[in-house]
Design a protein around this ligand. Structure first.
Ligand SMILES: O=c1ccn([C@@H]2O[C@H](COP(=O)(O)OP(=O)(O)O[C@H]3O[C@H](CO)[C@@H](O)[C@H](O)[C@H]3O)[C@@H](O)[C@H]2O)c(=O)[nH]1
Ligand SMILES: [Mn+2]
Length: 397
C-alpha cells in the first residue's frame, strides 16, 4: 500500500463522453458533406450561395476547434483528508483575500459586506487570512458598511463555525426560514439563529439608513471629506487587525481606495488588482491570493483547503499557477431553460480545457500563486533549489 505521504493531494478523473464524441463526429461529418456538396456538385456561385458557404465553412472550422477542446474532459477531485494528515493547521500557508468594488449604487455595500463576511468565515486558520477590499468609488458608505460588518462578524464567524453553516453569506443563509423542528429539537441553535438574524437585520438597517442620510465626516470618516471619486490620494485603512494572531479569531480586514488622477488611466479592475497585490505585498505578503468580485460569495467554506490540495501537491507545486472555481448564479430558473448557469462553458468546455492544459483565467473566484503574478514560474523555487545542489527552502510557504 502506498505511503499516505506520497499519495497525490488531487486527481484528475478522465471522463468518457463516448456518446457526445460520436454525436460531435457525426455533426462534423455532415458539415463536411454539406461543404463538399456546395463545392463539387452545387457549384452555384451566386452571392447568397457564396455567403452561405462562407458561413458554413466558418461554422465547420469553429466546430472542429470546439470538438478538439472538449474531446477529453477531466474533473478534478481533491483529497482533503490527505492534506490534513500531511499539513497541520498551523503549517497551512497564508492567503490574502481580494474583493473589488467600484460603485456603491450599482454594487450596494450590503452585497460587498456579504462577500466579505463569507470570506472572513472561511474554514481556514484566521491568523493566516487577510481580507483587502478595494473601493474604486472612494465611498464613505462602503467604508462605513465594512466597519459595521466587522462588529457583526465577531458574532457571525463563531456562529458559522459552531454550527458548520455551509453558506456563510448571511443574506443567502437567512433566505431559508428556520424550520419548526429546529425549535423543539435544538433549542440552543434556534436561540442563536434568532439572535444572528436579528443582528443581521440590524446591520442591514444601519447600512440602509446611512445610505439615505449622509454619514458625518468626522473621526475615522474624516479622510473622506473633499474626496472626488476620480481625483483623490490613496486611502488605506486597517479596519480590523487580528492582533493576538488567534487561529479562531477574525482575519485582518483592510480598506483600500487607490489614488486616482484624471490624467492617468486607472485600468478598471486590473488596476485595482495591481494595487491590491502591491499593498498586500507590503502588509501580509501571503504566497497565495484569492480574488472575488464584490457580487460573488463563497458557497463552500472549505474551498481554500480544496485549493491548497492542488497548489501544495508535489506535482501541482511545479505546474499549477492558479486554481479557479466556476461561477454559479443564485435565484436561477428551474432546469435553467435559458442556459444562465453557463453549464456548457464551465462543465463541458471548461472540463475540456482542464484535460488539455488548464482552464482559462476568467477574472474572479481564482486562487493565484503570488510569485506567478510577479512573473515567475510555479516551480521557480524548485529550479533554484536544483541549482543550489538540490537544497530546497522548506520555508517557502
Ligand atoms: O473600475 C473598476 C471597474 C470594476 N471593478 C470591479 O471589477 C469587478 C468586475 O467588474 P464587472 O463590471 O462586475 O464585470 P463583470 O462583467 O460582471 O465580470 C466579468 O469580468 C470581470 C473582470 O474581468 C471578472 O472578474 C468576472 O469574472 C467576469 O464575470 C467588480 O467587482 C467591480 O467592482 C473595479 O474594481 N474597478
Ligand atoms: Mn459583475
Amino acid at each position: 500500500m502506498a505511503n499516505e505521504n506520497t499519495l497525490p493531494l488531487y486527481d484528475k478523473i478522465w471522463l468518457k463522453y463516448t456518446f457526445s464524441r460520436v454525436m460531435d463526429s457525426f455533426t462534423l461529418f455532415f458539415l463536411l458533406l454539406l461543404l463538399g456538396y456546395r463545392i463539387f456538385y452545387d457549384r452555384n456561385y451566386s452571392i447568397p450561395c457564396v455567403l452561405a458557404m462562407l458561413c458554413e465553412s466558418w461554422f465547420t472550422f469553429t466546430w472542429i476547434l470546439t470538438m478538439n477542446t472538449k474531446w477529453s474532459p477531466v474533473r478534478t477531485i481533491t483529497h482533503l483528508d490527505r492534506l490534513m494528515l500531511r499539513v497541520s493547521e498551523s503549517e497551512l500557508p497564508a492567503l490574502d483575500l481580494f474583493v473589488t468594488t467600484a460603485d456603491p449604487v450599482l454594487e450596494p455595500p450590503i452585497i460587498t459586506v456579504n462577500t466579505v463576511l463569507s470570506l472572513l468565515a472561511l474554514d481556514y486558520p484566521a491568523n493566516k487570512l487577510a481580507c483587502y477590499v478595494s473601493d474604486d468609488a472612494c465611498s464613505v458608505l462602503t467604508f462605513y458598511a465594512l466597519v459595521e460588518a466587522t462588529k457583526f462578524a465577531k458574532l457571525w464567524v463563531p456562529f458559522c463555525k459552531k454550527y458548520n453553516v455551509q453558506i456563510r453569506a448571511p443574506f443567502r443563509y437567512f433566505l431559508d426560514e428556520d424550520d419548526d423542528s429546529n425549535r423543539k429539537e435544538f433549542p440552543e441553535f434556534h436561540q442563536d439563529w434568532l439572535r444572528m438574524k436579528e443582528e443581521y437585520c440590524y446591520l442591514k438597517g444601519k447600512i440602509e439608513n446611512a445610505a439615505q442620510n449622509s454619514i458625518p465626516l468626522v473621526e475615522e470618516f474624516a479622510i473622506f471629506s473633499n474626496t472626488d471619486k476620480k481625483n483623490h490620494s490613496a486611502i488605506i485603512k486597517v479596519i480590523w487587525k487580528n492582533k493576538e494572531n488567534l487561529e479562531d479569531g477574525l482575519p485582518h480586514l483592510i480598506y483600500i481606495s487607490r489614488e486616482k488622477m484624471p490624467q492617468h488611466p486607472h485600468q478598471y479592475k486590473a488596476g485595482a488588482m495591481n494595487v491590491l497585490t502591491r499593498v498586500s505585498g507590503l502588509m501580509t505578503n501571503a504566497p497565495f491570493i484569492l480574488n472575488l468580485d464584490c457580487d460573488m460569495h463563497v458557497n463552500n467554506p472549505k474551498i481554500a483547503l480544496h485549493a491548497m490540495c492542488i497548489l501544495l501537491d508535489s506535482k501541482g507545486e511545479k505546474e499549477v499557477a492558479f486554481v479557479q472555481c466556476p461561477q454559479q448564479f443564485y435565484d436561477g430558473l428551474k432546469d435553467d431553460p435559458f442556459g444562465n448557469q453557463l453549464v456548457t462553458l464551465f462543465l463541458y468546455v471548461g472540463g475540456g480545457y482542464g484535460g488539455l492544459q488548464g482552464i482559462l483565467y476568467a477574472g474572479t473566484n481564482c486562487f493565484h500563486r503570488r510569485k506567478v503574478i510577479y512573473g515567475l514560474s510555479p516551480d521557480n523555487d524548485i529550479q533554484i533549489g536544483k541549482k543550489n545542489g538540490g537544497v530546497i527552502n522548506g520555508n517557502s510557504y
